[in-house]
Ligand binder design. Structure first.
Ligand code: KG4
Ligand code: ZN
Length: 399
């Protein structure tokens, strides 16, 4: 089946065509129009501005997704047949997210479904992030290179239940246990800031711009080898260039890492970065040298990763899961991907599956919404309805 999916929950306008076949989902097109450059100057997403831009972009983005899905040199894609609409289902994110942004996507989806007389499925954004893990590796982005993937008869998806999903995005940080498809139990979540929010706020404190995650990750990579500084046993680094003989303790807290539950807290870590950078500014006459900023970014990133990895492994052991999934915008972080993968292998064993979507499918995109819709349709086809229907948009919709 072919699904047109739409995602407008925050500042990305995205539309995708995904193809579901024998329990496996592939991407025919996945167009993402990001508003990052627009919101950068405000230091974060401005909801009214985001909604206005979704209105401007949504139809061209859908149009491009439909056209891109037709790119197939050898056999014409059925989507191109004139005079008929080959879409079987329309899916759209209805929350969580920004109310005015969600309205644009849901109203567009409802209108198209009404005109084309196609069933409409609403999808939870977090569910979409998780289901990005089930997307097969075909026809990436807008160019369809191969025909839609179908799983040979009898072959099962490598993701086995129970699944533990660590969802880390700009608005959410949660550990979700899945005993089966669409069966979610949140076993832990952040009590204050989300992991992505912490990255964004730490970057703001350091004057690095928005969004903070990709910048901090890039700068952490540029961190000087330790030899540039000398470190003592407590982790105190002697930053060269500061006032002679002064040491600076770069070690940041690992909030709630020792707690028995699976909850997180990142607001204290952000405050620790603020105090540390102020302290350092005093030592460096008000301006932080580049290598100190790189060091700070690396220390902050590692503090977040340590907590996320520790709690995920502990939960995976407690619930005896067969698969660990990583999802959400922060899952694009190179170090987190590598360190969680290694921790799963070392602490849980090679028979436990670890999966994370390719980076472009971690941050907001419509293909993940299409993937979630496909599995929902497989499990409960009646959850798709032909409009007009009453769509309940919920900015705080919990899994
Ligand atoms: O899932 P997402 O695209 O949007 C929400 O649903 O919130 O996640 C966006 C978040 C932002 O906070 C951004 O800073 C973070 O994901 N992010 C990253 C990276 N790329 C995006 N955080 C750390 N490292 C990255 N490479
Ligand atoms: Zn998201």
């Amino acid at each position: 089946m072919k699904i047109l999916s739409i995602e407008t929950s925050c500042d990305e306008t995205s539309a995708a065509i995904v193809s579901g076949n024998r329990g496996k989902v592939g991407i025919l097109s996945n167009i993402i129009s990001s508003q990052i450059d627009i919101h950068k100057k405000y230091g974060g997403v401005v909801p009214e501005v985001a909604a206005r831009n979704h209105i401007k972009d949504i139809i061209p983005v859908i149009d491009e997704a439909l056209k891109a899905a037709c790119i197939n040199e050898k056999s014409p894609n059925p989507l191109c047949k004139k005079g008929e609409c080959p879409i079987d289902l329309i899916a759209v994110t209805a929350g969580p997210g920004l109310m005015s942004s969600l309205l644009v996507g849901t109203q567009t989806a409802q209108t198209l479904a009404f005109v084309w007389k196609k069933p409409l499925m609403i999808v939870n954004h977090i569910e979409g992030h998780i289901y990005a893990n089930w997307i097969g590796q075909i026809g990436r982005n807008s160019k369809l290179k191969k025909p839609a993937l179908s799983l040979p008869k009898g072959q099962k998806s490598k993701i086995g239940f129970p699944v533990l999903a660590l969802v880390v995005s700009g608005g959410h940080t949660q550990l979700v246990l899945m005993k089966d498809h669409l069966n979610y139990k949140t076993i832990g979540q952040t009590r204050d800031d989300a992991a992505g929010e912490a990255f964004d706020k730490a970057a703001k404190i350091l004057g690095l711009g928005y969004p903070g995650g990709p910048i901090i990750s890039k700068f952490a990579d540029l961190k000087s080898p330790v030899s540039l500084h000398s470190a003592d046993a407590q982790g105190k680094l002697f930053a060269k260039g500061g006032k002679a003989g002064e040491s600076v303790d770069f070690k940041l807290p690992r909030p709630m890492i020792k707690n028995d539950d699976f909850d997180f807290s990142f607001s204290g870590l952000k405050t620790a970065v603020l105090y540390l950078s102020n302290d350092l500014k005093n030592k460096f006459s008000g301006v932080l040298p580049e290598d100190i900023i790189y060091e700070l970014c690396a220390q902050f990133q590692q503090a977040v990763i340590d907590v996320l990895v520790h709690k995920t492994i502990k939960a995976a052991k407690r619930y005896k899961v067969k698969t660990v999934l990583l999802a959400g915008g922060v899952a694009a972080n190179k170090e987190l991907r590598a360190q969680l993968k290694k921790a799963v292998e070392c602490a849980l064993g090679k028979e436990i599956i670890f999966n994370v979507p390719e980076q472009i499918l971690c941050t907001d995109n419509a293909a993940m919404v299409g993937a979630a819709a496909y599995y929902r349709y497989m499990v409960k086809p009646s959850s798709a309805k032909i409009p007009p229907i009453r769509i309940k948009i919920d900015p705080n919709w919990e899994l």
